[in-house]
Design a protein around this ligand. Structure first.
Ligand code: BGC
Length: 365
């Protein structure tokens, strides 16, 4: 293992011309180390599909790199695949030795990873696995577990409301995001047995391109029309899609009656939960994800190898990718405070205006 990594590192350094005499490296184990200053590039996917990317990931990653005294360049591709590749090219030209990406799809993600590799730049898949890609590490959450929590959450909220044979709609994430597939596998594992047993009926099942919240509202409106207004529960794959469904439910005076799921514990999602319009969300401690990824990135930048103790199978590349997978947590009205206590959302931003009273009722302190 270690040998393989060092071989890669040495090849990489040769390619960038960074290999220097290692007189003081303290031993042959360090043969791949270099005196180039660590510089890490991060490409975030967009700023609209979820508040997390600009609101949490950027902040936590920057803090982690700054705390380690490591230079970083964090950019956002704004859902533009061409821009994604241009940013990667610029980062490589500007001398990053590690590139961390949240791909927009596996095709362009793979092109960027492979190019980085050919230039001796180490890579990390951050949050989304690039199928067929070549990243050294994958850092994310257990995404099937995320979906399972969503499925279980919907069942719990429907049971609490005592809804019999509920009509369910799916608002899935982007078809080009491997996470969306994993989330769906997770919620299907809970809901499909109910469909098969005729306990629940699935009346709609659509993917939302690029997780686009505006499109999600249009899609949900069509689902509701097609179902003649009879939708009893919405499995929305994240808070943005959930909020889109809630906006349509509001127009039809159905909000609060129809449970809607979510993900990301965004301020808006938590407020929808406090208001009773959203049934649950899934909290992913992004700080932990950013810390784990930055630690690996810094190690790679220094030519070191860290063992993550876990791998994830890339079914397309038929490769076991060394991974860090963190545990997600379900959030309902009665434990919204967990997200606040963790410092992810502050009480001040959450409990504004009408939400102050709802926060008090829900025990947000
Ligand atoms: C992330 C989610 C996010 C979604 C849309 C997924 O890959 O795991 O946290 O809500 O993308 O940005």
């Amino acid at each position: 293992m270690r040998k393989g990594f060092l071989t890669f590192a040495a090849v990489g350094l040769l390619a960038t011309g960074g290999l220097t005499a290692c007189g003081d490296d303290g031993g042959s184990d360090q043969a791949g180390s270099n005196d180039k200053k660590p510089k890490i590039g991060v490409i975030l996917p967009d700023s609209k599909s979820s508040a997390r990317w600009e609101g949490a990931d950027r902040k936590y990653l920057k803090e982690a790199f700054d705390a380690a005294g490591v230079e970083s360049d964090i950019q956002n591709a704004q859902n533009d695949k061409t821009a994604f590749q241009t940013i990667a090219d610029q980062m490589i030209t500007n001398g990053v030795n590690v590139l961390m990406i949240v791909n927009l799809d596996s095709g362009t993600g793979k092109a960027v990873l492979d190019k980085a590799k050919s230039q001796g730049v180490a890579t990390i898949d951050y949050d989304r696995l690039t199928l067929g890609g070549s990243a050294q590490y994958y850092v994310s959450f257990d995404n099937e577990a995320v979906g399972k929590l969503q499925g279980e959450g919907l069942v719990k909220c429907l049971t609490d409301k005592n809804v019999k044979n509920p009509a369910i709609s799916y608002l899935n994430g982007s078809p080009t995001d491997n996470n969306a597939t994993l989330f769906k596998n997770g919620y299907d594992s809970v809901l499909k047995p109910k469909f098969d047993a005729n306990e629940y009926t699935k009346v709609a099942d659509d993917s939302v391109p690029a997780w686009d919240n505006a499109q999600a509202a249009t899609i949900f409106e069509q689902q509701l029309t097609k179902a003649r207004g009879k939708i009893d529960g919405v499995l929305a794959a994240n808070d943005g899609l959930g909020n889109a469904a809630i906006s349509v439910l509001k127009k039809n005076k159905l909000n609060g009656k129809v449970p809607v799921t979510g993900q990301d514990a965004t301020k808006e999602g938590l407020q929808n939960i406090l208001a009773g319009d959203q049934c649950m969300t899934v909290y992913k401690a992004v700080k932990k994800e950013a810390d784990a990824a930055s630690e690996l990135a810094i190690a790679l930048a220094k030519g070191e190898k860290k063992d993550t103790g876990q791998t994830v199978k890339d079914p397309e590349g038929n490769r076991d990718v060394p991974s860090v997978l963190l545990e997600p947590k379900a959030i309902y009205k009665d434990n919204v405070n967990d997200v606040v206590a963790d410092g992810y959302v502050t009480k001040e931003e959450l409990c504004t205006g009408d939400f102050a009273k709802l926060c008090t009722e829900a025990g947000v302190s």
